[in-house]
Write a protein that binds this ligand. Structure first.
Ligand code: HEM
Length: 234
């Protein structure tokens, strides 16, 4: 069997393709998480019992007795952390490579018009992750219990905090960043995975990317807005 030796350029190209695929897959994992998280949060509209029951179930017997009670959430968290780390690692490596290639005559001059979401992927990602740290300190670790009291149940926690208009505004701005990132990320991930093969496929992909982003924005923000307007909560 003939062996082929790859040139350094071919090796770099292969590893860039692998990094793009890693970004695509981990990005889709996170979009899946966001849709699930949105669905769970919408249970607020069913009342305190339904919301708290769901929140406790997440930390309880999922997959028991296959795995010990309470383990699922930790396995899930480990998987999510691994996905986030891999996503950021791939983004960093690809950015460094793109910058290293610049100015040496390799890069094709960009004549394609990019969308706002595409141009802001890097900084959008950084802002998104920064507010996520606040979000986790607020609700998961509860070291920054903004708007509620430590000891409140899950339902009380969210309905007390979103009584503050400025918190709803901060979350809305965060969600704009998240959804712009998701819009371009969804498009880009499926393009990497080979779905963008014709003008027709491109139009479908564009429509789907917008649909997912708008659904997420409306679905996630509906709860804080409903709380602020007094439609749910005490
Ligand atoms: C209005 C919007 C949101 C609300 C009300 C909300 C609410 C919550 C609450 C109450 C928790 C704590 C769950 C618990 O420990 O029992 C939580 C956890 C979390 N949220 Fe959100 N969330 C929102 C948006 C988001 C967004 C946009 C993201 C991602 C970009 C996100 C990512 C997470 C993550 C990663 C966790 C940790 C899950 C875990 O503890 O394993 N959330 N959220």
């Amino acid at each position: 069997m003939a062996t082929t030796t790859l040139t350094p350029h071919q090796k770099a190209l292969r590893s860039s393709v692998a990094l793009k695929a890693l970004m695509a897959l981990t990005g889709l994992v996170m979009i899946g998480f966001l849709l699930m998280h949105m669905y769970g949060n919408l249970k607020v509209f069913l009342g305190e019992e339904a919301f708290d029951h769901y929140a406790h179930w997440l930390k309880g017997d999922i997959l028991y007795p296959l795995i010990p009670s309470g383990w699922f959430i930790w396995l899930f968290r480990a998987f999510m952390v691994a996905s986030i780390v891999a996503h950021i690692f791939a983004a960093y490596k690809l950015t460094v490579r793109a910058q290293a290639g610049r100015g040496r005559g390799y890069e094709v001059k960009k004549t394609i018009q990019q969308t706002y979401a595409a141009r802001t992927m890097r900084w959008g990602g950084v802002i998104l992750a920064g507010f996520l740290v606040f979000h986790l300190l607020q609700y998961t670790a509860m070291v920054l219990p903004v708007g509620f009291t430590v000891g409140d149940g899950p339902y009380d926690m969210v309905v007390h905090s979103f009584g503050n208009w400025w918190l709803v505004l901060a979350y809305a701005l965060w969600l704009v960043t998240v959804c712009l990132h998701v819009r371009h990320g969804f498009w880009s991930a499926f393009t990497t995975l080979g779905a963008n093969t014709s003008p027709n496929a491109r139009a479908v992909l564009n429509g789907l990317a917008w649909a997912v982003a708008v659904l997420l924005f409306l679905g996630v923000m509906s709860m804080p807005v409903a709380v602020l307007l007094g439609w749910v909560g005490n």
